[in-house]
Design a protein around this ligand. Structure first.
Ligand SMILES: *Cc1c(COP(=O)(O)O)cnc(C)c1O
Length: 372
């Protein structure tokens, strides 16, 4: 049996007529860059998140970068984040000439360990970017409390957690701003590149709206040094349709995670992901932890099962970040996770049989049960 890591074709097949119609509507109105389709999606997505505003931008990296810029973060400033995330979180910080400062993560939640914040704080610290990794919200209350005490901004990187909840509130709405990516493989994905910022702060919204559009609020009157980070009309029209299926997709992901968890119950060699008691996890990624990770990975690939490692090298040990001066051993939890993580197929359209087959293949490779 062949099991892909992700199957976007299966996701789009039942929507193809609606997507076709939506794209044609954009072509007929010629509203390609920003415009009414983007404005409509912004309203819908803000309402979905329970936020006052959403600002559509070109991608998730833009969302993080423009938010930092709009909050005035720049040269000489420090921004605290985690080392086990996609590189974009750190790139957005360095791209506004600030310095990323990492803190280690929790062993079981894989997200920012709030107890580590104190020793990373300096007079230059301006903001914290917790990452809701794999669809699990970070432990926000202690992070927000720490930020309040020290006058720091909190920007949520929720690129992997559309629709996840922390104590009943959607991620992205807990801090000063929440940054989303609609990269095709995300829980809510465009048919290309797109991203958004959500916020309740009208001034921050205004500033990001200007920064994404060459620093202008009125055409050809450029009051800020901006850039071009607008969202495409076609992507917005597509996202309006796909947003209606996000909840259903997240529920299916949760069911699949439960089936995997049950299949691995009692197998000590496989550690399954935990849903924190404050969290509504949306399983963008279902990552197990195994000692013989590379061997298991090889066996799955031999059996035509797609899998991945998120991420094999923590950010502080990436070559591009060498100038930050971190060395091996700086963040033992994140470094250990990078050795043990293995992401299994996870997407709403997975079947029970496929999950059973993947789980059996993993179990047999770690020495439990008969060989496939
Ligand atoms: C995908 C992702 C991003 C970047 O989003 P793009 O749309 O690809 O720019 C940022 N942070 C995290 C954690 C991500 O997973």
């Amino acid at each position: 049996m062949k099991v892909p890591f992700l199957d976007l074709k299966a996701q789009h097949a039942p929507l193809i007529d609606k997507l076709d119609r939506a794209i044609r509507e954009v072509i007929e109105s010629s509203a390609f860059a920003g415009g009414p389709f983007v404005e409509r999606f912004e309203k819908e997505f803000a309402a979905y998140c329970g936020s006052q505003y959403a600002i559509g931008v070109g991608n998730g990296t833009d969302a993080l970068w423009l938010t930092l810029l709009a909050l005035g973060i720049g040269e000489g400033d420090e921004v605290i984040t985690v080392p086990n995330t996609f590189i974009a979180t750190a790139e957005a910080i360095t791209y506004c000439k600030a310095r990323p400062v990492f803190v280690d993560v929790g062993e079981n939640t894989f997200t920012m360990n709030p107890a580590e914040l104190k020793r990373s704080l300096t007079a230059r610290t301006k903001a914290i970017i917790p990452v809701h990794l794999f669809g699990q919200p970070a432990n926000m209350d202690p992070i927000l409390e720490f930020a309040r005490m020290h006058g720091l901004f909190v920007i949520e990187d929720t690129a992997q957690a559309h629709g996840a909840e922390y104590k009943g509130r959607k991620t992205g709405t807990l801090g000063d701003a929440g940054c989303f990516s609609f990269y095709p493989g995300k829980n809510l994905g465009a048919l290309g590149e797109a991203g958004a910022v959500v916020t309740n702060d009208a001034e921050l919204r205004k500033k990001i709206q200007m920064l994404r559009d060459h620093g202008q609020a009125r055409k050809y009157h450029h009051t800020l040094a901006g850039w071009n980070c607008r969202m495409d009309g076609i992507q917005a029209a597509v996202l309006s349709i796909k947003l209606r299926h996000l909840e259903e997709g997240n529920l299916l992901r949760r069911e699949h995670a439960l089936q995997y968890n049950q299949a691995f119950a009692g197998i000590d060699e496989v550690a399954t992901p935990l849903e924190a008691n404050y969290a509504w996890h949306v399983y963008h990624v279902y990552a197990i932890r195994v000692q013989e990770r590379d061997e298991v990975r090889r066996r799955l690939e031999e059996n035509e099962i797609g899998c991945a490692v998120h991420y094999p090298i923590p950010i502080h040990l990436q070559e591009a970040c060498r100038s930050l001066g971190y060395t091996k051993g700086a963040f033992p939890v994140a470094e250990n996770l990078a050795k043990e993580f293995l992401s299994l197929p996870m997407f709403p359209e997975l079947t029970e049989q496929q999950i059973e087959y993947v789980a059996r293949c993993v179990s047999e490779t770690v020495g439990v049960g008969a060989l496939v």
